[in-house]
Design a protein around this ligand. Sequence first.
Ligand code: ATP
Ligand code: MG
Length: 566
Amino acid sequence: MKEKKSRISGFRISSRLIVLLGSLSYVMVFAVINGSFGFLCSMGVTLMGAVGVAKALGEPIALSYGWIAGLAVGLGVLRGALRFVEQYCNHYIAFRLLAVLRDKIFAALRRLCPAKLESKQKGSIIAMLTSDIETLEVFYAHTISPVCIAVLVSAAVALFVGLVASPYMALVAIVGFIAVGIVSPLISSKLMREAGVRYRACFSSFNAYFLDSIKGIRDIVLNNAGEQRKKEVAARSDELLSHTHQLKYKIAGATAVTEFAVSLMTLVATATAVALVAAGRMSAGKAVIGVVAIFGSFGPVIAISALPGNLTQTFASGDRVLKLLKEEPVVSEIRDGEKFDFDSVEVKDLSFGYEKDRKVLEDICMYAKRGEIVGIVGESGCGKSTLLKLLLRFWSKDGGEIDYNGTDIERINSDSLLDNVTMVSQTTYLFDESIEENLRVAKENATAQELADACRQASVHEFVISLPDGYATAAGALGDNLSAGEKQRIGLARAFLRGSGLILLDEPTSNVDSINEGMILRSLAEHKKEKAIILVSHRESTMSVADRVYRIEKGRIREVKKSERE
Ligand SMILES: Nc1ncnc2c1ncn2[C@@H]1O[C@H](COP(=O)(O)OP(=O)(O)OP(=O)(O)O)[C@@H](O)[C@H]1O
Ligand SMILES: [Mg+2]
């Protein structure tokens, strides 16, 4: 039952992947035609030999020996050209389509984010972008056309043998094609399935463990746990090797069975031909042509029998990609809502939980308006970052209201929301580009003066100009060489550059020393005249700049009185 289900889904996945071909399907048809004729040409070369022998055996053949030889050479050359066109088309389709798929996946992720990347599925998304798309190359370049070619070539050969030699021999050929191209792949995929699943599970778990170990190598060294890790890596590697052995053993077995089936069928074809000639129902010349045609025709079906090894993996990749393309976002973009120019935000009785019956925030009430800095404090994990993300509609609230200028967030255009509200999250991501380009993410056409001003406000200008190439220094290349505080301040500069009416700062100074913190807080205080700033921080010192402070405790919020803060 289970097997049937997976085969149906394999069929469904294939058809959906084929639909993605779109206008490229014409190129695919062209590839299949070229591939089929190419294969027939290659058969034609040996067949011309058989025709020559048949002529020598007295078969009335209109072609002279010269023509036969010439045709053999011509077909050989043509086969090369046709094969080239087929392969070119297939790879053209595959790589064009992979580019299209990458675009589609990126568009889907943009639609699904940020909720999607905030979720625990982050790892599998990255795996999809890196390996699944590559795996689909196998499907588009090496699966569709071989299957079509096998069907067309087999049909053509059966027809040819039936017309030229004998219908009995055509029947033998058809049975052979079905045995090698359908029965054998089905049996071998069944035999290989379990070993394949075990191998892939072990392979991905090994990869994940190995990658994790490399990423965390610093912590391994710091904890002097290298020896232990090394042993575990070796043990897992041995396990993977044993699964590889088992799978390869099965693949070798399947190949042997296929080859055996081919040999058996050619033997049966020869025996049939001999019997027909002996019974006087077919001439020796025709028998030679028929047998040679059948001998040379198994190539395409053998190619299919070699598919099952890859196919399960291809289908798994295809399934993941298709599911992502179809996935509905947790929060959909609002296009027909209202635009606004930030003045105030008011949160009323807001409640939210990531999981159904576990509320992170309950009955949250707070407000912030232009000209003030509002602080939010609370223990780690109490929901401070969650509240900020809700203000940006990363997720939809479960209950209550978030009103911007009196309009609920669900009735505001997503674009307008992102223009009016900027968040500096707890970790700033720097792209593998120059510092200047990294800043321009916030404002594409910012002038050099604007960049420098924003960096001054974030207390990072002095640092940037002290670098060898100043603003042109590659931030990605510096990577880890940039301190956490420096990265954080570049993130902050982005927020200043963006110029939104409301800035949400999630621990903006957690990695900054007190001198730089003082400078940043002073520029925040200067900024607040034309903006509202919501500031999340653990540090009491950071809160000194806030006009009003809220504390979140066990999912609920309360305003901290002035007297409590002193
Ligand atoms: N994407 C998510 N899916 C499920 N649970 C989440 C998710 N993000 C956060 N949580 C949980 O929600 C709770 C609040 O998390 P949040 O990040 O808002 O805390 P925080 O107050 O910002 O903590 P910190 O001060 O450590 O940054 C935590 O229990 C956290 O484990
Ligand atoms: Mg947080």
